[in-house]
Design a protein around this ligand. Structure first.
Ligand code: ADE
Ligand code: ZN
Length: 334
């Protein structure tokens, strides 16, 4: 393995864009389907991986929502989350900010208490046993209407001590951020931070809306900001974080080839980008695989690797003092 790849493995990292339901590996999907007597549209584990051939975000989402139907009990959510945290431990991801999709579960009759208890129990164990810190980000599914998001925010009230931020995910095209202004304003009033997927498939306009109408603290993806020079300038001036997901971009055809991935251009333009896995079980890799494929595909340099890793902690919702501890430790490895 190259020195740069070993460096990536050694560096403590923060992951800020990971959908916990997207960490459901085919083997666990099969195991949980059997445990819960849920039928899957796949004859065996191998055929699941073969089905993961996506031309766009919607192709993926169709399978993602089918996949999560196997998650039924508190134990299932615990097992799912714990498996992801063990990967974090193996890959030296020491802090993670995890998305979850409550509406993907409540729609199927699974109550808030079920997934919150399972996910939080795994997060607590990871803190004590593995030293991994974490935050939870509750996403609203943008293919559903805002009233549904508002009801979801109300259902979350008993769990607000465990939720740091709200997010916006699912089908982007035709579902602009402006449709969710009210629920994001309510979330802000409740003291929650805000993030939104924008500019993954949607135009730069959606990124402006996320900034101006949803008052987001971070943009998830943000690739299409590069089409608008004034927007890039603004994002750079405001040090707005972009949680970029290279393998996801490849698998969802946001880039044609990884060789075309704009991560280096983003850094050169002064954008505050970091590397994340998005839905690692669907896109072929966790944090280190994302870095490793970038090293091969775009010749990421040692300085760029440090910058991306530092950006991850700097962009996190950790306290200033916690961030500084991580940043100092990483800088000492330079
Ligand atoms: N839900 C899970 N992964 C997603 C992605 N990459 N974009 C939008 N919604 C998602
Ligand atoms: Zn995502």
């Amino acid at each position: 393995m190259s020195e740069l790849k070993k460096l990536v493995e050694r560096l403590p990292k923060a992951e800020l864009h990971i959908h916990i339901e997207g960490s459901l590996e085919p083997a666990m999907m099969f195991e949980l389907a059997e445990r819960n007597a849920v039928s899957l549209p796949y004859p065996d584990i191998e055929s699941i991986a073969n089905a993961y051939n996506f031309n766009c975000l919607q192709d993926f989402l169709d399978l993602y929502y089918k996949g999560m139907s196997v998650l039924q009990t508190e134990q299932d959510f615990y097992d799912l989350t714990w498996a992801y945290l063990l990967r974090c431990h193996q890959q030296n991801v020491v802090h993670c900010e995890i998305f979850f999709d409550p509406q993907g579960h409540t729609e199927r009759g699974i109550e808030f208490q079920v997934f919150m208890s399972g996910i939080c129990a795994a997060l607590d164990k990871a803190k004590t046993d593995l030293g991994i810190s974490s935050k939870l980000i509750m996403c609203f599914l943008r293919h559903l209407d805002e009233a549904d998001a508002i009801a979801t925010l109300q259902s979350a009230e008993p769990y607000l001590d465990r939720i740091t931020a709200v997010g916006l995910d699912s089908s982007e095209l035709g579902r602009p951020p402006r449709l969710f202004q009210k629920v994001f304003a309510n979330a802000a009033e409740m003291g929650l931070k805000r993030v939104a997927h924008a500019g993954e498939e949607g135009p730069p306009e959606y990124i402006y809306e996320a900034l101006d109408l949803l008052n987001v603290d971070r943009i998830d993806h943000g690739n299409r900001s590069l089409e608008d020079e004034a927007l890039v300038q603004r994002l750079a001036n405001e040090k707005m974080s972009l949680t970029v997901c290279p393998l996801s971009n490849l698998r969802l055809a946001v880039v044609k080839e990884l060789h075309d991935h704009p991560i280096r251009r983003m850094l050169a333009l002064g954008l505050n980008a970091c590397v994340n896995s998005d839905d690692p079980a669907y896109f072929g890799g966790y944090m280190n695989e994302n870095f490793h494929t970038l090293i091969d595909a775009v010749d990421l340099t040692r300085d760029e690797i440090f910058q991306l890793v530092l950006n991850g902690f700097e962009s996190s919702f950790l306290s200033r003092a916690e961030k500084q501890d991580h940043l100092n430790r990483i800088k000492s490895m330079r």
